[in-house]
Structure formats: C-alpha cells, structure tokens
Write a protein that binds this ligand. Structure first.
Ligand SMILES: Cc1cc2nc3c(=O)[nH]c(=O)nc-3n(C[C@H](O)[C@H](O)[C@H](O)COP(=O)(O)O)c2cc1C
Length: 317
C-alpha cells in the first residue's frame, strides 16, 4: 500500500493553519461537479479550505452532442491525445490533498483531463502531493484509472485512494439512457428506462466519503484512507465488466487505427470512418456484447479465483 502521511510541521503557526484541499475536475453537464460538491461539503463544514480548479477546453465540446461530434471524440480519447486547454493556474500551495475528479470517455479519462495530466503545468501542482481520484461515470473505469495512476506517479504525486460512483443500471440499459442524455440532453425516465446517469441517492450518499476524508485530514494523516474508503463501498469492480472492458479496450485500439488510417492524407476519410463507426459501435454493443457477456460468465466460473485476486490488486494503492 502506498499510503501518504504528511510530515508534521515544526512551526506552530503553520501546524495550526487550516488544512487545504484542491479539487481539479472537468464536468460537462455538471454531474461530476455535483458528486464532488457532496464529497467536499463535509470538508468545508469541518473548516478545511477547499479551492477549485475547473479544467476547460479552449474550444468547448458541444452539449447536447451531434452524432458525429460524439463519435469524433473517439480517436483522441482512446489515443490519449491532449487538446489545448483554457489557461489555468492553481492558488499557491502546498495542498494537504488534491482531489482529481474525472469522467470516462471511451474507457479513458475524458480528453480535457488527459490534457491536464499531460500539461506542462501539471507537475507543479501534483508533485509531492497526495492525490485522491473521484470518478463519476457510466460503468467501466478500471483501465482509465490505471492510466491516471501511472500519470500521477510520473508527475511525482502519490495516489492515496479512489472513489468511483457509477450508474447502477445494467450495461445495455445505461447505453440507451446515456445516448438519449448525450444526444438530446434528456435525463428523465422514459418507457421502461430509468433516469440517465448516476442515481441521485448515490450522489447524495457520497458525502459519507467526505466525512471520512475530513476526519483523516484533521487528524493529520491519510494513512489507510483507501482501505477505509473501500470498506464504505468507494469502489467496486465486477469481474464480468472487467473482462468486457479489457476486450473492448483491445477492439477500440483496432477501431482507432481504422479511423485514423488515412486521416492525415485525407481529413474527409476520418469523418467518413467516424460515421461508419457511429453506426457500427451501437450495433456491436447490442449484438456482440450479450454473447460476449455470456462467454465472460463462463470465463468467470473457470477463472473466478484469478480474477478476484486481480481485482483485489487493482483496488489497492
Ligand atoms: C464522448 C463521451 C464518451 C463517453 N464514453 C463513456 C464510456 O466509455 N464509459 C462510461 O462509463 N461513460 C462514458 N461517457 C459518460 C461520461 O463518463 C459521463 O458519465 C457523462 O459524460 C456525464 O459526465 P459530466 O459530469 O462530464 O457531465 C462518455 C461521455 C462522453 C461525452
């Protein structure tokens, strides 16, 4: 475990100074912002100073999305290619904790957050600091988190824990509700389908993590924070979703190469291929995913023990 305790300060005045937390995030519709507000609410109540650093693309993404714009974000999301961000600066540190909130785009961190993690200024903010990640997404986040963990380490930070709050609906149900939300901006329940996105009870319930964080910060040590968060249900990995996610990551690599194959010589070819992908991906999800899920269940029976051990390791920091 890579728990982080910050050194007690010998200077009395500094020891008495309020703890400081910096929240870095990008949220397009405000869902992740709500989640982070629930988590940081108890910190503010406990007298902890909370600063915010919203990350914004220089050219904002549209919302609701057009079909082409949505699928055209695929190559840069999966290729983890940075985009220009609006100039930003963090208030003078040092912070006792950095909370990095992000959402998942095509199994990767959203492009604005990848761009932050690759930005020349990121090191100055992250280096030497304990970092807690907060993910608000539909369901699969494990591969993205592995990348974020790598980047935080490369930037000289120390990942102390993760909170992943996801949509509790089934995989196919949430594909339908999220498409309606992203393309038409509608989150309300319809026909047999539930409200899109993370349930409001789960967003509200995330304040319990804030209570725990506040206690640890006030106590001056983040030692054991991830284990304590896990006991409160901060992150769960379903074995079947993990196998599906790994398969999808592999297939996404192939799609990315296909879309980008002639893009430099002929930009129109990228758009044509993105349009094809925008039809093929939903078809693949609805035709192939159920079969894949079945084979994953069988695999789960055969390799259940190994998978559980892998999941244990993926949840530890
Ligand atoms: C281009 C795009 C791709 C997305 N791909 C995924 C995905 O692969 N997996 C997932 O769980 N959610 C995916 N989402 C949903 C987001 O993770 C997130 O839940 C949603 O965009 C709302 O987040 P917000 O706080 O930024 O508004 C995607 C959203 C967008 C805009």
């Amino acid at each position: 475990m890579n728990a982080f305790s910050y050194r007690p300060n010998s200077d009395h005045t500094q020891r008495m100074a309020p703890k400081r937390v910096l929240v870095i995030h990008y949220s397009q519709t405000g869902q992740l912002t709500d989640l982070l507000q629930r988590i940081t609410g108890p910190l503010v109540e406990a007298g902890i100073h909370v600063d915010h650093l919203p990350i914004e693309p220089l050219v904002p993404f549209p919302f609701p999305w057009s079909r082409v714009a949505f699928f055209n974000a695929f190559p840069e999301s999966t290729g983890r290619e940075p985009m220009p961000l609006r100039p930003f600066s963090a208030a003078e540190g040092p912070y006792d904790l950095i909370i990095l909130g992000y959402t998942i785009w095509y199994l990767n961190p959203s492009i604005p957050i990848t761009s932050f993690l690759l930005h020349p200024q990121a090191r100055g903010i992250i280096q030497g600091r304990p970092v807690l990640t907060v993910i608000g997404s539909r369901n699969m986040w494990v591969m993205a988190q592995e990348y974020v963990r790598e980047r935080i380490t490369a930037l000289g930070g120390s990942l102390v824990g993760n909170i992943a709050v996801v949509d509790r609906s089934g995989n196919l149900t949430s594909v339908i509700t999220i498409i309606r939300w992203m393309f038409w901006g509608r989150k309300d329940p319809f026909l047999v389908f539930p409200h899109a996105g993370i349930r409001s009870a789960d967003i509200q319930g995330a304040s319990r993590f804030g209570d725990l964080l506040a206690d640890h910060l006030k106590g001056g040590s983040l030692e054991g924070i991830n284990d304590a968060l896990l006991r409160m249900g901060s992150a769960r990995i379903k074995p079947t979703l993990l196998v599906l996610e790994r398969r999808a990551t592999f297939v996404f690599g192939k799609w990315r190469r296909f879309i980008m194959a002639r893009a430099h010589a002929n930009p129109q070819s990228r758009i044509r291929r993105v349009k094809f992908f925008s039809i093929a991906l939903p078809m693949l999800i609805f035709l192939v995913a159920p079969l894949s899920a079945l084979s994953v269940k069988v695999l789960g029976l055969v390799k259940g023990g190994t998978l559980r051990k892998e999941i244990e390791a993926l949840l530890r920091y």
